[in-house]
Design a protein around this ligand. Structure first.
Ligand code: GDP
Length: 395
């Protein structure tokens, strides 16, 4: 796991100045000043000034290129709970949308998750979604949780385990549901580190030991694939080895009862291209060159996943008889694959300017539709609350 760099308010300013106009940059900077004054006397468990936390949360949101109101809400997400400021103050200074997001995040923070029974976890996730009238509430909450996980070492062991379990059962699946995979993967890896340090450590160490050897084999496979698609004369292709995450290796070892090598040594390659017809052309070239493995082809382009994920998946008997998993997608699909719904809320200027505009809009509708269905499911929130009262929640 790469340690995340601690950002300063200046870093956040620089990040947003890269993609927002001056007026929006000013609004975000004003939110920093606002939060700075309100949190001035407070410290985190680690003993650091409290403001470091909202700065990191705003920074995570800025790295996702979120819109100004979301980054502002990142700065302000704790002020109603923890300082003298009220929601009305937030609304007056930053407008209605920011107030709605801050209110939503504050409300979610008050719900405590206690049970790890699967059905209750699913209900809890639905409830969080239903309570978030604006999906940006969940995005801020995920950024908040991500920074809390990055700094979990400051807490007592029992609390570390409780928060790590909640992260794994509630927040990582929520990130998955919204397709924000960069956050999901990091949350899972960190949660595993606190819940099962030995497994985390063993896998991380084994990955380190085999890294060089694996890089070489991956490079060879990448070259072979590049070679096999040269006849297609594609203008703008990228072919690379797909990174593997500790938690997903761990899960596969446990679920499929496999050894580390059996999972880690499987080659996973990704091909990025400009257009949808090119994805199918690449697939054709790969299947013409190597024998596909039965039952392993999935067309998530024609049939996207509920979270908006699109890609072609295939596994072939690759170079040297090694199984080779290949994912093929457009650059636009790749952005959605990594950032999910956050990509749809990303700052608009210059975004979605590519060839996939209509497609992106359709995906956005699909994802939102999926979330609304979940929210509908959770409309029985009253019954649900009755059924779990005293079990799942405090106050
Ligand atoms: P399948 O058996 O081919 O449908 O795929 P799996 O569910 O086993 O996933 C295989 C790989 O596909 C994962 O390791 C991810 O790299 C990728 N994948 C599957 N679903 C998603 C998704 O929703 N988002 C993203 N970003 N990647 C996904």
């Amino acid at each position: 796991m790469v340690e995340a760099k601690k950002l300063t308010a200046q870093d956040v300013h620089d990040l947003i100045a890269d993609y927002m106009n001056d007026e929006h940059v000013k609004k975000v900077d004003k939110a920093y000043q606002f939060a700075f004054h309100l949190h001035q006397e407070q410290k985190r468990k680690s003993g650091e000034p409290y403001i470091i936390h909202p700065i990191q949360v705003a920074g995570i949101l800025a790295e996702l290129h979120m819109d100004p109101d979301t980054v502002v809400a990142g700065y302000l997400h704790d002020i109603v709970e923890d300082t003298t400021a009220t929601l009305a103050d937030v609304e007056q200074a930053f407008g209605h949308d920011v107030a709605v997001i801050v209110d939503g995040v504050s409300k979610l923070s008050r719900i405590k998750y206690k049970s790890s029974r699967e059905q209750l976890a699913e209900n809890h996730r639905k409830l969080l979604l239903a309570m978030s009238h604006d999906i940006r509430v969940i995005i801020v909450k995920l950024a908040d949780r991500l920074h809390n996980m990055r700094t979990l070492s400051a807490l007592r062991e029992e609390k570390q385990r409780r928060i790590a379990a909640e992260t794994l059962e509630i927040y990582a699946p929520l990130a998955d549901r919204l397709g924000i995979m960069t956050i999901k993967w990091e949350l899972e890896d960190m949660a595993l580190r606190y819940l099962n340090f030995d497994a985390y450590h063993d896998i991380a160490k084994s990955m380190d030991l085999r890294r060089q050897e694996r890089l070489e084999i991956v490079d060879e496979a990448v070259d072979e694939i590049k070679h096999s698609i040269t006849d297609l004369h594609l203008a703008n292709t990228e072919v690379y080895g797909r990174p593997k995450h500790i938690y997903s290796i761990y899960r596969k070892m446990v679920d499929k009862n496999k050894r580390f090598e059996e999972i880690y040594d499987l080659l996973a390659i990704r091909v990025l291209v400009d257009t949808i017809p090119e994805t199918y052309a690449v697939l054709g070239a790969i299947h013409a060159r190597w024998t596909p493995m039965p039952g392993r082809f999935k067309d998530y382009i024609a049939l996207p996943k509920a979270n908006g994920y699109q890609s072609l998946h295939t596994s072939v008997i690759g170079p040297g008889g090694r199984p080779l998993e290949v994912q093929i997608r457009t650059y636009k699909m790749h952005e959605i694959a990594e950032y999910g719904i956050a990509a749809h809320w990303a700052y608009k200027e210059g975004n979605f300017a590519g060839a996939d505009v209509q497609n992106a809009d359709q995906q956005k509708l699909n994802v939102i539709q999926g979330i609304l269905e979940l929210q509908d499911d959770a409309q029985d929130a009253d019954d649900f609350m009755e059924s779990v009262k005293g079990d799942l929640f405090t106050d």
